[in-house]
Design a protein around this ligand. Structure first.
Ligand code: SAH
Length: 427
């Protein structure tokens, strides 16, 4: 589940080798990879070589991880420089966050992203984690203005995966491909009873050594309790916007701002690992709102889940333009300052708007994980939260990013445990 770092072998001494990678030169254990010689390229994780790779692929991965070029910062605005310096030593204030969100100068933007990238590299090295999402039903009881799955959308062909189908996809992802963190997502679909959801979780957890997150909306407290008992590890549950008035405007029925936060609070009490965040660029949203979103993510998220608004057909917001992906990149960078070792995935909506190269831009602005779509092809195009969802060829990433390897599971486990420990300080 982690894209490990490519390194070149400089010296070999029995089971140990001196290697050189993007940022460092070190000694690693090479006992699991057979027939290595000086000059070969390997991928390594936690001081172990795990796979031999060819030079071309190694260069490609390194290129993706390369930080921005050095920038002459002597001519930069002094306030901007001061804020960036402060960001290294203390949390930014709301005003400082607003200042950074507003920067327009291309060099300032480049500096912001590259500083965040350096923080990512210092805290997380170049490990890029790959998670999988299975969109198991596009039925929804709600009418969120921005979302193409809304109940009122009669144009959308609906589908539901049955329990066996869901478990089978998870089984293949974990046991054949090596995924170690899966998200099961759907509209708010009450067809799946609490019993059924518990059954799905139990079956997956029995077959697969994986972390399992549910993203199914505002189900009851009882439901979240039962899912936790069944073995669910986390939730992906966005607060969508920190502005209560905007929230009310965009959610005509059923959803309530206060209730959503109460549920988040309850999830934390149950010790769920919480992935949360907002939609960026909603009509009527201000920069101040986005700064509040960032502060709320800092308080509530164990993992970030945010993305730009993408205008979706057959919704009340169909005619509004999509959000600014660059604003999303700035938010990634600022959150990286505020939460140096927290998981920040590159989401599909951002890749949809940025297109080719977007993934690299987001990683180089401080993001550190990817969320791949594991929904079976026959359903994939029907999960139309927004149109033209971006699909990149993921085979190469999967080939190098996923290992049926205990070490990377343990690394994830350790990171998640540490992240949850921070909750005590946040309450
Ligand atoms: N039913 C679940 C999962 C919702 S879909 C829930 O309510 O939590 C996952 C996320 O997609 C939503 O939380 C929302 O933030 C995002 N989303 C929906 N429509 C969108 C759009 N048009 N543009 C960008 N993101 C959108």
């Amino acid at each position: 589940m982690c894209l490990t770092i490519p390194a070149k072998i400089l010296e070999i001494d029995k089971e140990k080798a001196i290697i050189e990678s993007v940022n460092e030169r070190k000694k690693i254990n090479i006992s699991v990879v057979k027939d290595l010689k000086i000059g070969d390229w390997v991928l390594y994780i936690a001081n172990f070589a795990v796979k031999k790779i060819n030079k071309k692929d190694a260069k490609e991965i390194i290129n993706l991880l390369q930080p921005y070029k050095e920038i002459d910062i002597s001519k930069l605005d002094s306030k901007f420089k001061r804020i960036l310096e402060q960001a290294r030593i203390r949390n930014l204030t709301k005003d400082e966050i607003i200042f950074l969100l507003k920067i327009k100068d291309p060099i300032e933007k480049e500096v912001l992203f590259s500083e965040a990238n350096i923080i990512r590299q210092t805290h997380l090295k170049d490990f890029i984690c790959i998670h999988g999402i299975i969109e198991f039903s596009n039925f929804c009881e709600n009418d969120c203005f921005y979302c193409g799955l809304q109940k009122k959308n009669q144009e959308l062909k609906r589908y539901r995966m049955n329990i066996d189908e869901i478990v089978k996809v998870a089984d293949k992802a974990v046991n054949e491909k090596g995924y170690k963190l899966l998200v099961l997502q759907s509209g708010e679909d009450y067809f799946y009873t609490d019993d059924m959801l518990s059954e799905i979780i139990k079956k997956i957890k029995k077959k697969c050594r994986t972390f399992l997150f549910m993203s199914i909306g505002e189900r009851s407290h009882e439901c979240y309790k039962r899912m936790k008992q069944a073995g669910c590890d986390g939730v992906l549950f966005r607060f969508e916007t920190s502005n209560p008035k905007l929230f009310k405007k965009l959610h005509p029925k059923g959803k309530d701002f206060k209730k959503r936060f109460e549920l988040l609070k309850f999830m934390r009490k149950l010790n769920y690992f919480i992935a949360t965040g907002s939609i960026i660029g909603l009509p009527g949203q201000s920069i101040e709102d986005l700064a509040d979103d960032i502060l709320i993510m800092k308080k509530w998220a164990n993992m970030i889940s945010m993305g730009p608004f993408v205008s979706s057909d057959n919704t009340p917001l169909a005619k509004h333009s999509s959000g600014d992906p660059e604003m999303n990149l700035k938010m990634i960078a600022i959150l990286r300052f505020l939460m140096p070792d927290t998981r920040i995935p590159v989401v599909t909506s951002l890749e949809t708007l940025l297109g080719e190269g977007g993934r690299k831009k987001a990683l180089q602005a401080g993001a550190n994980s990817l969320m791949f779509n594991l929904t079976p092809p026959k359903y994939r195009s029907l999960y139309k939260i927004y149109p033209d969802k971006f699909f990149q060829k993921e085979e190469k990433w999967e080939k190098y990013g996923l290992f049926k390897y205990e070490e990377s599971y343990k690394m994830l486990e350790e990171r998640m445990r540490k992240e949850l420990e921070k909750n005590h300080a946040k309450d």
